[in-house]
Design a binder for this molecule. Sequence first.
Ligand code: ADP
Ligand code: ZN
Length: 742
Amino acid sequence: MYDFFCYFGIIYIDGGDTLVIGVLVELSSKNIDKMFDYLVPKHLQEFIKVGIRVEVPFGAQTLEGFVLEIKDKNNTDYELKEILSIKDNDIILNDELLELGKVMQNKTLATLISCYQVMLPKALKAKQGSIVNKKFDTYYRLNEGELNVKITSKQEELVNLCREKGLVKRSELVEISLSSLNTLIKKNILVEEKHEKYRLSYSKEIGTKYPLTDDQVNVVEEVLSNDGYYPYLLHGVTGSGKTEVYMELIEDALSKGKSSIVLVPEISLTPQMVERFQKRFGDNIAALHSALSDGEKYDEWRRIARGEASIVIGARSAIFAPLKDIGMIIIDEEHSESYKQGDSNPRYSAKDVALIRGKYHNCPVIMGSATPSLEVMARSKKGVYKYLSLPNRVNGKKLPLVRIIDMNEEIKSSKGHFSRNLVTSINDKLEKGEQVILLLNRRGYASFVTCKSCGYTFKCPNCDISLTYHKSSNTMRCHYCGYGTKVYSTCPECHEKSISDLGVGTQKIEEEISEIFPNARVVRMDFDTTSRKGAHEKMITAFKNHEYDILLGTQIVAKGLDFSNVTLVGVINADTSLNIPDFRSSENTFSLLSQVAGRSGRSEKTGEVIIQTFNPEHYAISYTKMHDYLGFYNKEMEIRKTLKYPPFYYLCHIKISGKDMEYVSKEADKIKRALTRNLLNTNILGPTPSTIFRVNNIYRFGIILKYKQEEKLDETLLKIIDHYKGNNKIKVDVDFNPSQIY
Ligand code: ADP
Ligand code: ZN
């Protein structure tokens, strides 16, 4: 028997079979990053499970939270509040995800609640006031029992249909009059039922599959010959048939009754890619990407959790898909920065999470790329990841011929941004009825300072990284070490007065195309033109059907597209990404150029590539020309070693921000001093103002740590975070292994 008094919602317990639960509430603050105990009223006790959401009173507010612990029959003699309601029937955070959240918290130093929230679609996050509905279809079935009421022949038809089919969907009853239906329901002959429905559907139709090439077979057999958890690097040139290999491996997992995750960068999660998986696996797939509505994401999540789809294809957060029994995890375009969440907490890497889940499920983790990241390649050279390779294109075609155009000279005779070579080549393709992809390289937002006449770019004397232009103060700064100088008006190299900060848009290039190639049909694809739902898909289909001759775009055209009639890829400006003040700028440029080059000549017709650059001697460009990944890798590794960057050193980026610039700057100096006192094996750089120094009137500073091994790192950082946790004038975030630090 219960034995308590209840005053204003507060329950004084005096023994008895009470149920106490630990709840992690929705507020993400280091201050309250712990469980709070609540009582469960008797009528709700049987529904309580670990991993569901409940509504609780919290101070004066009502909050949602996850049940993390059931402290059964706890004899507490202190005051506890009762939970208000239960939000879910089904478990949202299963045991694996609950554990994973804790590991992520340890790795990222973010709040535990933020680690759980990032795993879930909006509909399932713990958050007051966010409502995403399920959709339902209406069905009819025969009521059990004898049918001894007189009915009309029309009604009889309906009854027979239900008898035959068991359950009949309302939309199937177009021919039948509403009044007969209503009468039958009124007479209790038919019963109306609501069944959940999903907003998306996939075709069940499956296409034919290719017999694998010998190289592909070797890779598949190698993976299948090792049991259990193993990470692999699949290094395969563009068009070498990596995707076919993934599908074969997934099919093997399926045959063992296991599920799979395929991660692709958002940008290459094209309808083309999804269609390939659909044609192989029918409606056993779920595709998670940012173009889905909250309702669609909710539906896909439920399909996955219920085991109605065993193959999940998605961008970064799809790594948290609530699949049970995973047999294969694939990370395509492993080198992509998009696998790292860098702009909000928890700053996690989907690759790390993939390895954790791979271990948990004891399954292979395949990281594929034509241009593996240095970190992954270095690990595979050490044998930490097993190296698999597809060195040739499937169709036996050579990789396209790459020509480099030196714009330093050419700029005088070019038409706008088009060199004479590029113009000739485009005209040639247009005449032959072939198609062209043009890449306008526009990575990031940093503007760097360069000389228009000789291409000279200002670099930091200490860091070998481009200086960033600060318009407000008319200065150039290094964002790694803080070096700064005023902007010169004459170029120190060629002494011309042609210094400018760079920046050109796709619209400008589109205008130039219509002047130079008046008869060409152009489709422009960038983040502006593809943001509308389905726009991306329409453009790709139209280009594939040759409704356009030229596809012009930003990074979005570099990845994952497979058009057989494209025989020329032109890169308008290779240098933009090269000059971004980030230690990965060469790597990113090499990989971008190699990827976009890989779009050319994928079918019978031989392809070519033209790259326009002011830095023809730069190794990122010359190794692209030779399709020499290993050459690039070796050269870049030397540089990383000298400059103490990954993979030789770890990086940690501490981000310090707040409204009051002086205060934040002073505290940043204090943090630096605390770090210096405690971290004796770490190189500490900064604090320096961030490239985008002010965002929404918040000023941002960064400190960069370079270290190989630093035992006191986590402890020191946690102390610092803890020190500022109640202080709303300043925010301190840490980003381990940042994907970018400019
Ligand atoms: P990657 O992912 O390495 O760029 P894909 O898997 O997209 O390569 O393959 C490139 C092209 O070759 C695709 O059009 C694909 O359908 C085709 N392909 C892949 N494997 C085979 C095969 N074994 N036989 C015939 N065509 C194949
Ligand atoms: Zn510097």
